[in-house]
Ligand binder design. Structure first.
Ligand code: BEZ
Length: 387
């Protein structure tokens, strides 16, 4: 009897060992769902560049596992998002999802990730709900919530003495939540948002709305746009003659990765963000140099977020020696980590969103130059998160 038990134990080990070895020596499949076309295409490319840079620094492997990318262009189109993410999970059997830029697409990704238990790392989209009411142990973000830079900017604009502000943005979660964050702190400090102007994403016909701003004569304008739309908005705002008379403020997405195209129209703009071009730390200098050498481009916040998404994946994998099926160890390692980001080290909140410094920056030439730390270790309120 004893002999029989021993034999079956040996047989079980013989079967189990190759299985777990196969699990940790096979390529790790990463589903990269990002916009590669449309107004956010440059953001998607920068995120992928950042992710690949970290991987290259680790010799192309994380915890001994090569990475196989399965890429999808999500076109920043929420109506295609559920199909896209289901294909990555069910057809391509990805181990991890990384994506995306657009909040509406990210919400669909988060829903599927939550339902299937697939690990999701969000390298940009700020949808508050992803680390709010939709929060889940398997969902992480390496970026921000839309609330964070908006809230920080409300305090800046109030301190400048502006009382009456008009907001203008695309009508979708990112624009709405950015404006809400701004409004929350600005009105708490005694200001008033007198008009909230919107247009559908990714429409860039700004003329009628600029005319309305001119007629309203606010003290200042707060805006959320990014990518190609931000280039056009900043240029149109200046061309309409508004820049001289009504100061323009926004979260740093307005001027990150866009300065060459915006030219003089962006000069002097003040924005708030968790990254700046001239932090001057050894960590950021090394990152910027490596990025510029590899891609012959200057990095922006999106590249940093992609780089940090790869770091977070690396931290989780290291804790489980590459075996991502060991879920509890993977999750708790990222939860406890201090992530050594080029933006400055950050930790994750209970809801898995970065707790991070928000910087005030000013456009000087082709740089979003650091002005000051405007909000130290700002945590999103994670409204509705039960985790
Ligand atoms: C968003 O949709 O959440 C987003 C897009 C571009 C820049 C920042 C946020």
């Amino acid at each position: 009897m004893k002999k029989l038990v021993r034999i079956s134990l040996i047989a079980a080990c013989a079967i189990a060992a190759p299985l777990s070895m196969a699990q940790t020596s096979a390529k790790l499949k990463v589903g990269l769902m990002l916009p590669y076309t449309g107004t956010y295409a440059s953001l998607g490319n920068a995120i992928e560049n950042g992710f690949r840079l970290y991987l290259a620094e680790k010799g192309g492997k994380l915890s001994g596992r090569e990475i196989e990318f399965i890429k999808v262009d999500d076109e920043s189109d929420p109506s295609k998002a559920t199909d896209n993410v289901n294909k990555l999970i069910k057809r391509d059997n990805v181990d991890v999802l990384v994506g995306t830029v657009h909040s509406g697409v990210a919400m669909a990704m988060a829903k599927v990730a939550k339902d299937t238990g697939t690990i999701l790392i969000v390298p940009n989209a700020g949808a508050d709900v992803v680390t709010g009411a939709m929060c889940a142990p398997n969902i992480f973000r390496s970026s921000f919530t839309n609330w964070q830079p908006g809230y920080a900017m409300g305090e800046v604009v109030a301190k400048k003495g502006h009382k009456k502000v008009v907001t203008i943005t695309w009508k979708y979660a990112a624009g709405d939540e950015s404006v809400n964050g701004f409004k929350e702190s600005f009105e708490k400090a005694g200001g008033k948002v007198v008009k909230e102007l919107t247009l559908p994403f990714p429409n860039v016909e700004f003329q009628a709305l600029l005319t309305e701003i001119a007629a309203t004569k606010p003290d200042a304008v707060y805006t959320f746009f990014s990518g190609g739309g931000a280039v056009k908005f900043v240029k149109d705002y200046a061309a309409a003659g508004l820049k001289k008379s009504i100061p323009l403020y926004g979260p740093g997405f307005l001027t990150d990765g866009t300065l060459e195209a915006q030219g003089a129209a962006a000069e002097g703009l003040l924005t708030t963000l968790h990254y700046a071009d001239s932090l001057g730390t050894a960590r950021d200098n090394a990152f910027r140099l490596a990025y510029a050498k590899t891609y012959k481009l200057q990095p922006d916040v999106f590249a940093v977020q992609g780089y940090d998404a790869a770091q977070m994946l690396g931290i989780g994998l290291a804790a489980v020696k590459g075996d991502i099926s060991k879920r509890a160890g993977f999750v708790s390692a990222i939860e406890k980590a201090k992530i050594d980001s080029p933006r400055g080290a950050f930790t994750l909140s209970k809801s898995h969103n970065p707790v991070q410094d928000i910087y005030l920056r000013q456009v000087v030439g082709n740089e979003n130059r650091f002005v000051s730390v405007i909000s130290k270790a700002l945590a999103d309120p994670a409204r509705g998160c039960k985790m």
